[in-house]
Design a protein around this ligand. Structure first.
Ligand code: IMP
Length: 342
């Protein structure tokens, strides 16, 4: 299909081209449409590969704009003779993406356009992507921890919070906590192990002086007694200190209730809770959570520190695993119990 020289956007009255007559190449500015939908919107794509790419970006919750900007490439007098409208713009990465099929003639033409645009706008961040390259791009924009090339066989069903969304929320929490604790220092207590990345990122977003300590609650299969207990206790004395307990996720509230009761006995000056994820629907005990990152639906989640049988913690996003993962594990455990090889 031949590429339109002037895309729809440029023919619209909202984007008058005639206004600027170039004296030199750089004086002709790109035309940007403010009316295109931002991230996750639905648009009419010119090509199925674009729809597929948009779907992939949606899956990873990467914000995108479809053909938001047209760059004049060549002109005669005040008449533009060639334009370049990259297919996508990813605002979080300030990156333009032009997709291409495997057809050599098209690739050559697009490479030529790309060379020209780089001459005119050397600071522009623009890449030409083949279908094969999609996964590589996603790896570069923050999904490096996943074996992206084998994505269809991966265990992830859907991503609930992207690295960018998490980073923005953590920064906002850090800012709020810094304001609320003005004039005070804090003892930040992290509940191991799920809190690893959250605590590391959050504390760097807090501008108050703080000390860090850790607590671990013994997991059920390690609890030799029939009562919940600390597998690791605090090193610091928290009496008279302002304590901020950091939790990865609150579900039933049972863990948090136990921990809060034990910490209150040590008479801190104040004791508040900051939880990144909250499955409020599943709450059994009403626990006081002052700072919440995200309320999430009632599904088992992994990533950004959260695990399933100690795995998936290092995924940079929060996601739901496919039910097959649990079924597979269940079958393997049953086989082990029954003495069958896996
Ligand atoms: P709660 O006692 O039911 O509130 O659960 C709290 C603890 O269970 C958290 O600190 C996590 O370690 C773990 N947990 C609860 N829900 C999830 C989940 O969806 N994924 C991973 N760990 C979870």
């Amino acid at each position: 299909m031949p590429e339109p020289l002037l895309p729809e956007l440029l023919r619209s009255p909202a984007a008058p081209l005639e206004a600027s007559t170039p004296a030199s190449p750089r004086s002709l500015p790109p035309v940007t449409s403010a009316s295109h939908p931002l991230a996750f919107g639905r648009v009419a794509f010119a090509h199925p590969a674009e729809a597929e790419f948009a779907q992939l970006l949606d899956f990873y919750r990467v914000a995108w704009l479809y053909e938001p900007t047209s760059f004049p490439l060549r002109w005669e007098g005040d008449r533009i003779t060639e334009m370049f409208t990259p297919d996508f713009y990813l605002p979080e990465y300030d990156l333009y993406v032009e997709l291409t099929t495997m057809k050599q003639s098209l690739i050559t033409r697009k490479h030529r356009k790309l060379r020209r645009i780089r001459e005119l706008h050397p600071d522009l961040n623009v890449v030409l992507l083949t279908r094969r390259d999609y996964y590589e791009l996603l790896a570069r924009v923050g999904y490096g921890a996943v074996e992206i090339t084998s994505l269809p066989e991966q265990d992830i069903e859907r991503i609930l919070c992207s690295p960018t969304e998490i980073a923005a929320r953590v920064a906002a929490l850090g800012h709020q906590i810094s304001l609320d604790y003005a004039g005070r220092s804090i003892v930040v207590v992290g509940l191991l192990k799920g809190v690893t990345y959250f605590l590391a990122d959050l504390t760097r977003a807090i501008t108050r002086p703080l000390a860090i300590d850790y607590l671990a609650v013994a997991p059920p299969d390690e609890r030799q007694t029939d009562r919940v207990r600390f597998a690791k206790d605090l090193d610091l004395d928290i009496a008279g200190r302002h304590v901020l307990l950091i939790e990865d996720i609150v579900t039933t509230g049972l863990t948090l209730d136990f921990v809060l009761n034990r910490l209150r006995q040590r008479q801190p000056a104040s004791l508040e809770v900051c939880a990144l994820f909250d499955k409020r629907e599943r709450r059994l005990i009403d626990v006081p959570v002052l700072y919440t990152g995200f309320e999430i639906p009632n599904a088992y989640v992994v990533g950004y520190g959260l695990d399933y049988r100690q795995l998936y913690r290092n995924l940079p996003f929060l996601c739901v695993l496919k039910p097959e993962v649990y079924a597979r594990d269940h079958a393997a455990r049953l086989a082990a119990v029954n003495g069958h090889p896996r």
